[in-house]
Design a protein. Structure first.
Length: 145
C-alpha cells in the first residue's frame, strides 16, 4: 500500500511537470541551458535576453535616456549661467566647472551603459560556456544533475 501511494504521488508530480514544461502551453519549467544560456537563440545572442526582449529593453532605455538627457541639458544651461555670473570670483567659477564636468561624465556613462551591459553579458556567457565545455559535460543541465 505504501509503495502504491508513492508511485501515485510520483505519477501526479510527473503529470504536473509534463504539463508545466509543455511547449504548446508556453509556460513552465525549462532546463538550465534554456534558462541561463537561451540555447534556442544563435551564438551571438545576448543570453538570457532574446532579441525581442533586448529590443524592448533598448526602446525603454532610449526613452529614459531622452528624459535624463533633457535634464542634463537644462542643468548645463543653469551652470553656464552660473559661470557667466561668477565673473571674477574664481571659487564660484571652479565650482561651476566641476559641476559641468560631473554632468559630462554622467552623460557619457548614460550613453555607454548599453555597450557596457552587452560586454558584461558577452563576457559572462563566454566564461560560463568555457567552464561547462572544460568539464566535458556538454551542457549545464547535464553537469548540475
Amino acid at each position: 500500500m505504501k509503495k502504491l501511494s508513492q508511485s501515485a504521488y510520483g505519477g501526479i508530480a510527473q503529470t504536473i511537470f509534463d504539463f508545466a514544461t509543455s511547449d504548446e502551453m508556453g509556460v513552465g519549467f525549462k532546463d538550465y541551458d534554456a534558462l541561463i544560456f537561451n540555447n534556442n537563440q544563435s551564438n551571438d545572442s545576448l543570453s538570457p535576453f532574446t532579441t525581442e526582449l533586448w529590443n524592448k529593453t533598448m526602446k525603454w532605455y532610449r526613452i529614459f535616456a531622452i528624459i535624463s538627457g533633457s535634464l542634463i541639458l537644462i542643468a548645463v544651461f543653469i551652470l553656464s549661467y552660473k559661470i557667466m555670473n561668477a565673473g571674477m570670483n574664481s571659487s564660484k567659477r571652479n565650482e561651476a566647472k566641476e559641476n559641468l564636468m560631473r554632468l559630462c561624465f554622467g552623460g557619457v556613462a548614460i550613453a555607454l551603459a548599453p555597450l557596457f551591459i552587452r560586454f558584461l553579458l558577452f563576457l559572462n556567457n563566454s566564461l560560463v560556456n568555457l567552464l561547462v565545455t572544460a568539464a566535458n559535460s556538454g551542457t549545464l543541465d547535464a553537469k548540475l544533475r
